[in-house]
Design a protein around this ligand. Structure first.
Ligand SMILES: CC(C)(COP(=O)(O)OP(=O)(O)OC[C@H]1O[C@@H](n2cnc3c(N)ncnc32)[C@H](O)[C@@H]1OP(=O)(O)O)[C@@H](O)C(=O)NCCC(=O)NCCS
Length: 210
């Protein structure tokens, strides 16, 4: 459930990390990022504290910080973030229905041998609430996910595309979260050697058609 639906005065604003770096400078941005904590997911915490700035600068991915504010904007709190990267995915014909297969064919390429479609799709590479000072209670995960999806929609409205995807650890709570938000499982990816903050051997891959 989105908090913004329960409480209509809830206001969220978001800032592109690249814009913040231009406006505030790296030192000040680092202070903001060091106030983020995420005990449930070490990868989500470390990415923001240690990699997000460099990845934003080099264009590997773009991170967006989410703030909760009061209507008069007098109070604001850093409540979470998401990161998006430009990627492509391969989806097996056997895991999609005929409507999805048609869209995948229209937007991508079908490899007869592999029986799979390859299609360009932004990756929601990171997403998490900020648990510092209980700020996680000011937002729900669905609010952040919807903001990430809205961002993808805006970009695709300009450049085309219908698909978005994400990857997550095989944990019941995370699976429920993404399935409740209309994402569909399409595969598993073996972890890279440097993905040491992530438990298990695989990440589950989910896509949605926007
Ligand atoms: C995933 C997330 C955005 C969902 O937010 P939400 O829909 O508001 O849901 P909640 O935070 O209330 O979490 C729901 C349940 O999932 C659990 N959970 C959340 N992330 C988890 C994780 N990474 N590992 C294990 N359990 C997790 C919570 O402890 C909670 O358990 P409970 O029902 O027993 O209280 C948020 O929990 C979060 O920021 N988690 C940490 C970061 C993360 O794992 N991001 C996903 C990366 S793929």
């Amino acid at each position: 459930m989105r908090l913004s639906e329960i409480s209509p005065d809830t206001n969220f604003v978001q800032f592109n990390l690249s814009d913040l770096l231009d406006q505030l400078g790296e030192d000040e941005v680092k202070v903001i990022l060091s106030s983020f904590s995420c005990p449930l997911n070490a990868d989500v915490e470390r990415f923001l504290r240690e990699k997000a700035i460099e990845f934003s600068k080099r264009g590997f991915s773009k991170t967006h910080l989410v703030y909760w504010t009061t209507q008069d904007s007098k109070e604001k709190e850093f409540v979470g973030y998401y990161t998006i990267a430009s990627k492509f995915i391969a989806i097996q014909r056997s895991v999609v229905n005929s409507k999805e297969a048609r869209k995948l064919r229209e937007h991508g390429m079908f490899d007869e041998k592999a029986r799979a479609y390859t299609v360009a799709a932004p990756l929601i590479a990171q997403l998490g609430k900020n648990y510092t000072n209980g700020n996680d209670s000011l937002i729900s995960g669905s609010d952040i996910l919807q903001m990430a999806i809205e961002k993808v929609r805006k970009v695709q409205n300009e450049v085309g595309g219908r698909f978005v995807y994400l990857e997550c650890e095989e944990k019941e709570k995370l699976i429920k979260f993404y399935e409740n938000n209309h994402f569909k499982l399409f595969g598993k990816r073996k972890l890279d050697r440097d993905e040491t903050d992530i438990k298990g051997e695989y990440l589950l891959q989910y896509f949605a058609m926007l």
